[in-house]
Design a protein around this ligand. Structure first.
Ligand code: ZN
Length: 175
C-alpha cells in the first residue's frame, strides 16, 4: 500500500509497524483488531478477548506497545478458559485480574460496574444497564453497532464518543 492509498483519517503518528500489527490481528479477527486499535488510541483503557489466542496474537498486541495478560476464568459449569486482556498501562490489567482471576463469569451489578469502568463505557450507560440491560434508546442502531456498550436514553457522552469509534472502525476496515 502506498501513502496515497491510505485511509484519509490514519493518524500521522502511526508508523508502518502499527499498521502491520493491525493487519496481523485483523487476519485473526476483525473485532480483535478493532479492539486493539481502540485501546492503542486510548479510547478504551482496557479490552478483553474471550476467544483463545495464540502466541503470535500476543506478539502482535505487544508489538503495538500494549501490555497483555491471560486471565483464567470459569463458566458456571466449572470449566476453565482463558481470557486475554490488553491495555496501554498496567493499572487496568491489575484491577481486572484482582476482580476476576479464577472467578466464574457473572453478570452481577458489581461486575458490570467494574467492567464498564475498565472498558471505557460512559457511567450513565453503565448505571442504566445495571437497572435494565438493553433498555430502549433513541441512539441510531447503525452507530450502536460499532460500540461495545449499550447507550442509555438521552446519553450525553455516547454522541461524543461515537465519532472516535467510527473513525477507528473505518481505519481497521480499510487496512
Ligand atoms: Zn449514557
Amino acid at each position: 500500500m502506498t501513502d496515497q492509498d491510505k485511509p484519509m483519517d490514519v493518524q500521522p503518528h502511526w508508523d508502518g509497524k502499527i499498521e502491520a500489527k493491525i493487519r496481523a490481528l485483523k487476519a485473526v479477527d476483525f473485532e480483535l483488531a478493532y479492539l486493539a486499535l481502540l485501546t492503542y488510541e486510548g479510547i478504551k483503557p482496557l479490552s478483553r478477548w474471550e476467544k483463545p489466542t495464540d502466541d503470535r496474537t500476543l506478539v502482535a498486541l505487544r508489538g503495538m506497545g500494549l501490555h497483555t495478560e491471560r486471565v483464567r476464568r470459569k463458566v458456571r459449569s466449572g470449566k476453565a478458559f482463558d481470557e486475554t486482556i490488553f491495555s496501554r498501562t498496567c493499572m487496568p490489567l491489575e484491577i481486572y485480574a484482582e476482580h476476576f482471576r479464577d472467578r466464574p463469569v457473572d453478570k452481577s451489578a458489581e461486575t458490570v460496574r467494574v467492567e464498564g469502568f475498565l472498558f471505557g463505557y460512559p457511567p450513565c450507560c453503565v448505571s442504566q444497564y445495571v437497572r435494565q440491560p438493553y433498555a430502549p434508546h433513541e441512539f441510531p442502531m447503525q452507530q450502536q453497532e460499532v460500540l461495545f456498550h449499550w447507550s442509555c436514553r438521552g446519553c450525553v457522552i455516547t454522541p461524543s464518543l461515537i465519532r472516535h469509534y467510527e473513525r477507528i472502525h473505518r481505519i481497521v476496515h480499510a487496512f
